[in-house]
Design a protein around this ligand. Structure first.
Ligand SMILES: C[S@@+](CC[C@H](N)C(=O)[O-])C[C@H]1O[C@@H](n2cnc3c(N)ncnc32)[C@H](O)[C@@H]1O
Length: 411
């Protein structure tokens, strides 16, 4: 079977708020095809084009607070791109609900006595629901931060589930830690899965343990994730360099290297630090925190910034990779080299393979990586969706035939 024939049989995905395409990558690995990806950030769009355009993905730079499902219909028609989606996925922006920003909001409130205004980004999930309502895919998956569970006394997660239910979907949602699905990172996120009601399926999230309590996915740690990468100095700006040879590369790292150029690695660059920070990094133990530092090396108040600096441990998964790495990387100090992590190391910890491209400056790359859905988590969910929904004979309805023309789907 030719590649293009195989691609036309893949279930078709619309990725909204697509970022660099972490969510899409997991679906691609599981045998889906991202037909259309949208984001309003030009560097996200540049990354999407670099990683997906050759796979037939139509990438659009659009502001989803204004761009409507009817506008998308129009674009697809003008561009002669197929309409209809089997799946709509998306991670509407989460800054407004993020637990990380809460302390700051509270202190502003205490200082100025004013209630912080509702962040308009918090409403963008409703635009996501409009697309689901309009295109009526078989499946929809939305990702967001756990802060959604309680925002200003409201459980926004319930609202999302309610909205999906009204749009005609049976909804299951779960709080997932990426480390349970083999990602070398503690990353807690909410995933909502909606299955169109006529398919008569209620999705069950993939199990993480067997009945005897043993893990179904390996607990990968920082060593598995990054120890095979070349040793580098803080502040290096060598964007491309030779891969280092390593006697025992973990199976995780082998997977990360799989489709990459075997000779060279790119984006293995990191920040430059001053003498005081370098001394602090040196004396910190693996797993150590800012609060453990001697007073002379503290530049910030340690009652507020007790976890400002954090050194990774070789033997544990990393702490959560967030978009904050675009400002500084103190939360991710390398376990044995005197520096913070490189862009490529952050990507590895998020389960992006070494062949994946992120556009822009070092800071922009960190932001795209920190914002992404860990592709390996998306892959596990996508495979399970195929098993429970798409490959089930009874799950086929007349509507389905509109988009796929096939009864079962191939990986
Ligand atoms: C949490 S990130 C999504 C990451 C993505 N799912 C991934 O796996 O790589 C949210 C994305 O929404 C985009 N975004 C925010 N507001 C938007 C808007 N009004 N219209 C379109 N995209 C928007 C941001 O540029 C960002 O890339």
């Amino acid at each position: 079977m030719t590649n293009s024939k195989r691609d036309s049989l893949r279930p078709r995905v619309l990725d909204l708020f697509a970022g660099a395409g972490g969510f899409s990558l997991g679906f691609h690995w599981a045998g889906f095809q991202t037909s259309v990806a949208l984001d309003f950030d030009s560097l996200a769009v540049e990354s999407l084009i670099a990683n997906y355009a050759h796979l037939g993905t139509l990438v659009l730079e659009k502001d989803l607070s204004k761009f409507t499902p009817d506008d998308l219909d129009y674009h697809l028609k003008v561009k002669n791109h197929p309409n209809g989606f089997d799946v709509i996925i998306g991670g509407p922006p989460c800054q407004g609900w993020s637990m990380v920003g809460r302390g700051k909001l509270r202190s502003l409130f205490e200082k100025h006595g004013a209630k912080p205004k509702e962040d308009p980004r918090n409403k963008l999930y409703q635009n996501f629901l409009n697309f689901v309502s309009h295109f009526q895919p078989k499946i929809t998956v939305m990702e967001n931060v756990a802060g959604m569970l309680s925002h200003a006394g409201i459980n926004v997660a319930d609202k999302v589930a309610e909205g999906l239910n009204e749009a005609g979907y049976n909804v299951t949602w779960s709080r997932i830690n990426a480390s349970s699905y083999g990602v070398p990172q503690f990353r807690d996120r909410l995933f909502f899965v909606g299955i169109r009601k006529d398919l008569n399926v209620r999705f069950e999230f993939p199990k993480t343990t067997k009945s005897d309590g043993t893990r179904l996915f390996p607990l990968n740690n920082v060593r598995d994730a990054i120890s095979d990468l070349p040793i580098i100095r803080h502040g290096t700006k060598e964007w491309i360099r030779p891969y280092s040879w390593s006697p025992d590369i973990s199976s995780y790292a082998k997977r990360m290297r799989r489709d990459a150029n075997p000779e060279t690695i790119f984006d293995h660059v990191c920040r430059k630090h001053n003498e005081q920070d370098l001394e602090a990094f040196k004396i910190m133990k693996q797993g150590g925190w800012y609060r453990d530092l001697p007073k002379r090396l503290k530049r910030y108040r340690d009652d507020i910034f007790e976890d400002k600096y954090r050194k990774l441990s070789w033997a544990k998964p990393s702490g959560c990779i967030t978009a904050h790495l675009s400002r500084d990387c103190y939360s991710h100090i390398h376990p044995s080299q005197n520096r913070t992590i490189s862009v490529r190391e952050a990507a590895r910890i998020q389960s992006f393979p070494d062949s994946f491209y992120f556009a822009g400056s070092m800071g922009s790359k960190f932001k795209l990586i920190g914002n992404a859905v860990a592709p390996m988590v998306a892959e596990v969910i996508a495979r399970e969706l195929k098993r429970q929904v798409l490959n089930r004979k009874q799950a086929q309805s007349t509507k389905d035939k509109l988009y796929s023309g096939e009864k079962t789907y191939e990986t």
